[in-house]
Design a protein around this ligand. Structure first.
Ligand SMILES: Cc1cc2nc3c(=O)[nH]c(=O)nc-3n(C[C@H](O)[C@H](O)[C@H](O)COP(=O)(O)OP(=O)(O)OC[C@H]3O[C@@H](n4cnc5c(N)ncnc54)[C@H](O)[C@@H]3O)c2cc1C
Length: 312
């Protein structure tokens, strides 16, 4: 694989770094920041100290034409081997939290598991689906993450977003939540999430969460680096069933493999490249299209500078 030589850091790196309170890491490796552990470096990774500094940073990027990617836990992301041009912003995991009756407000950079933890501690139920989903609450909103027993749209009441113009709250009905997607305003990053749950039987809720985690341990390749589901489930079917039906369960290209436990999961066997992963995706899409007549759509998000011949 040939990766283009990288140009020297542009002056925007210094200027954007100056516009933000927080940590700035030029040429930051992205592989360790994604759950599949694949991909090249970002020009500049920023970790804002708190959300109030984001509008200034976004304005500084916008006026220089610097693209910004928001990174959560990297649990559903494939980063190009050539890396990501521009800024990658990762919100702090800690932040103001509020609890008021059946309502919670949590930081978007907090892990999804924080929702379950806070709900149980507050005597609230209704978010059992979220207990075993990796990543952050901001990423879970952006993806409308969920399982067959529920999804974010069932429990999110409003989200706070930052844009170059400032911070504002958006009510959930305006977010266009749909299967594994939501419609955020262009360039907006979710900074806090407001949940509405309900009082209920906490012990029963805890048992449902543990049952879900146990089910995942049995059915998902959790001991390997992976991004979770690769394809969205087509209506009335399961993408994993289709990948298996065309003989690709356990199929390996380079150091990436369609999991032999769950055929919608790609696993990194050690040293996999984005090119390996994309070749697996392309092969599955082609076979499923030719043999079954179904067009599989990606659930995993692609980020960065992919070569034209790499696209799935
Ligand atoms: C083992 C495993 C099991 C999984 N099981 C499930 C499951 O059961 N159900 C499910 O839905 N998913 C599942 N996933 C996928 C993943 O956990 C979810 O998609 C999760 O919501 C991604 O969150 P993240 O913070 O890691 O987002 P990232 O992967 O970092 O980003 C995903 C997208 O969200 C955007 N984003 C991230 N943070 C923000 C923010 N603050 N504001 C705006 N946009 C943002 C990113 O730009 C990107 O487009 C699984 C993944 C793994 C590895």
């Amino acid at each position: 694989m040939t990766v283009e030589p990288r140009p020297p850091p542009a002056s925007w790196v210094r200027e954007v770094a100056a516009a933000i309170r927080g940590e700035c890491i030029p040429d930051a490796p992205m592989a360790p920041r994604t759950s599949i552990r694949v991909g090249g470096p970002a020009d500049l990774l920023v970790r804002p100290e708190d959300r109030s500094t984001l509008p200034g940073m976004l304005a500084a990027c916008a006026c220089r034409g610097v693209p910004v990617l928001f990174l959560g836990g990297g649990a559903n992301l494939l980063v190009a081997d050539a890396g990501i041009r521009g800024v990658v912003a990762r919100l702090p995991a800690e932040g103001d939290e509020e609890a008021d009756g059946d309502r919670l407000v949590l930081a978007a950079g907090a892990p999804v598991s924080r929702l379950a933890q806070r709900a149980l501690a507050s005597g609230l139920v209704g978010c059992e689906f979220a207990a075993g989903i990796p990543g952050t609450l901001g990423g879970a909103v952006a993806m409308n993450a969920g399982t067959r027993i529920g999804e974010m749209k069932d429990v999110v009441e409003r989200v706070e977003v930052a844009t170059s113009e400032g911070l504002r709250w958006i009510p959930a009905p305006e977010l266009g939540f749909a299967y594994r997607t939501c419609r955020l305003p262009p360039g907006a990053v979710v900074t806090r999430v407001g949940f509405r749950l309900r009082p209920g039987d906490v012990e029963r809720s805890r048992a449902a969460m543990e049952a879900d985690r146990e089910h995942r341990r049995r059915t998902q390749p959790l001991t390997w680096p992976t991004w979770g589901s690769t394809f969205r489930n087509p209506p009335g079917d399961h993408a994993g069933r289709l990948v298996e039906a065309v003989g690709l369960k356990g199929h390996r290209i380079g150091n990436a493999m369609w999991s032999d436990l769950h055929a919608n999961f790609v696993v990194n066997l050690g040293g996999a490249t984005a090119r390996d992963c994309l070749a697996l995706i392309r092969l599955a899409r082609e076979r499923v299209r030719e043999r079954i007549g179904v067009e599989l759509e990606l659930e995993v998000r692609l980020a960065g500078a992919f070569a034209a011949d790499e696209h799935p």
